[in-house]
Design a binder for this molecule. Structure first.
Ligand code: SF4
Length: 218
């Protein structure tokens, strides 16, 4: 059984003005495996990281959930803090209650309800996580495209144009997908009207010059 710590960040008023952070921490204590939960003003600050390290050591935590901002901002910060305190960094999960809750909701009750759901999902993930070891392996810069329809062919061409070797795998005897079964294709009517979206002046000029456009619209 994991011993999980949940840390709920206020981000000043960025989160705390819209999400009831104390309630999220309280609810966390009811989740399986959670032995510690607290909220703090700025979890990514030196003091916030020290608080996490202290809890890891004192409560012998085996996993962490930080309810804060996007993992793109501070996942590495928290993983490094956990590692310094002796915890495997891959036992840290982030619940993004800022971008996904407080920044997009006005109603505190709704935002808090969602924050609790995200926290619970992250706790469930940590309960199933196992410590990982980072490693390196050689990579062959070559792509495999599954499916030789139009999308597959175009993808392969784009990758090849970017300078990489590419292989297409197709289960049928020929490539081309549905398109290869058609003997005629034509542009849809709206295609000719595209200039209208790009530039109203071009559209107006063409309109005046081309009475055929009237026919297309009818
Ligand atoms: S961890 Fe993220 S949400 Fe918390 S104070 Fe830092 S930037 Fe704000």
């Amino acid at each position: 059984m994991q011993r999980i710590g949940v840390f709920v960040c206020h981000c000043g008023s960025n989160i705390a003005a819209t999400v009831d952070v104390k309630k999220v921490a309280e609810m966390a204590l009811m989740e399986p495996g959670v032995v510690h939960a607290e909220d703090y003003q700025y979890m990514c600050s030196e003091a916030g990281q020290a608080l996490i390290a202290k809890a890891i050591q004192e409560k012998q935590l085996t996993g962490l959930v930080v309810c804060s901002c996007s993992p793109r901002m501070h996942e590495t910060t928290f993983r490094r803090a956990a590692e310094r305190a002796g915890l495997n960094p891959y036992m840290v999960e982030i619940a993004n209650i800022r971008e996904h809750c407080s920044w997009i909701h006005k109603d505190m009750e709704e935002a808090t309800k969602k924050a609790v759901i995200l926290m619970r999902a992250a706790v469930a993930k940590v309960n199933l996580n196992t410590p990982l070891k980072a490693g390196e392996s050689r990579v062959t810069k070559r792509a495999l495209v599954i499916g030789g329809g139009i999308a597959g062919i175009q993808t392969a061409l784009d990758i090849a144009e970017a300078g990489y070797k590419v292989d297409i795998v197709e289960k049928t005897p020929s490539i081309g997908g549905r398109m290869s079964q058609l003997d005629k294709t034509s542009r849809p009517k709206w295609w000719r009207l595209r200039p209208m979206k790009i530039s109203p002046s071009i559209h107006t000029a063409r309109w005046r010059r081309s009475p055929a456009l009237w026919a297309i619209l009818r």
